[in-house]
Design a protein around this ligand. Structure first.
Ligand code: FES
Length: 106
């Protein structure tokens, strides 16, 4: 019987990403890889929700993953309403949970 080898997305694409870098999410340092979106970096760090609905306070994070639903809004370097699924992660970014419309934050 032939052993089944576990395959990862990196194996399948034969991708060789550059070295990881650090961003912060609500003050916590997390690692990101070149080419990752902010949302992918958050998911890789185990963060699956970073916003809540205005009405009922339900958790939100990545839903469509392609920039259509706006469920993944986050504040990046002081700029609210960034779609985490589209915004590329960059070294040193300060990513924060977005409260409400994001325009009331200081
Ligand atoms: S997950 Fe839908 S816009 Fe980002």
């Amino acid at each position: 019987m032939r052993a089944v080898r576990a395959r990862t997305p990196l194996d399948l694409t034969e991708a060789r990403p550059g070295p990881a870098f650090t961003v912060t999410f609500d003050g916590r340092e997390i690692e990101a890889l070149p080419g990752q979106s902010v949302g992918a970096a958050l998911w890789s760090a185990g963060v699956t929700s970073w916003r809540s609905t205005r009405g009922e306070g339900r958790p939100r994070g990545i839903f469509c993953g392609i920039g259509v639903c706006f469920d993944c809004l986050v504040t990046v370097d002081g700029h609210p309403n960034q779609r985490a699924c589209l915004r590329p992660a960059e070294p040193g970014q300060v990513i924060r949970t977005q409260e409400g419309t994001g325009h009331d934050e200081r």
